[in-house]
Design a protein around this ligand. Sequence first.
Ligand code: MG
Length: 256
Amino acid sequence: MIHVKSNSELKKMRQAGRIVAEVLERMREWVAPGVTTGELNELAEAVIRSYGAVPSFKGYPPGGVHPFPAAICASVNEELVHGIPGPRVLQEGDIISIDVGAIYEGYHGDAAVTLPVGEIGEEARRLLEVTEGALYAGIAQTRAGNRSGDISAAIQAYAEGHGYNVVREYTGHGIGRRMHEDPQVPNFGEPGRGTLLRPGMTIALEPMLLSGDYRVHVLEDNWTVVSADGRLTAHFEHTIVVRDGGAEILTRLGCD
Ligand code: MG
């Protein structure tokens, strides 16, 4: 059974979402040539803790063999998701996906953006624009009465219509008391299929696009997912609530 959140639960999720949004705003200010991904991680964790929240990625999954060691995923260029922050120095022309999660009073917020490092090339700029567009194409299909397949199909159609591929192995997901709840929301699918959306369901949509082939592999650090062909990739994510006429985005500054 998929958990429909009460208003008091949504209040906590709104706060978790605001914290995540604040972290990503700070990342926009900090990402620049010469900065290390480890420095970004330290700043992000400090911001999360300053609000009395806990970074949800750090130590994930609990009891796992290779728990994730940081508060953010920092994935550069051909790295699609789950990059481990560290000594890597960002270079002019790179693109970096920053994914962050926070737990506030037991509830999760989860969001990601892919940011340019200094001046970037036309190919990279277009990839970022289309990946963010794919996220909003999915959000536009998120309303009570639609099905999860409507979201998946919209993301896939938008991405492929612009000449990109979507990842197959990693998906959007329900979110709430746990970071990953049902339903899974893949970035590909068929309209009219999947979970019926009801008001108060909370999901994280996260299109992951590849410039080349959709195949990926995981590096020896057990986390970093890269495009198999080494071409550029990007990732955007919001945590949202299903409403009757549409969706409310929780991981955006300035939301109610
Ligand atoms: Mg997520």
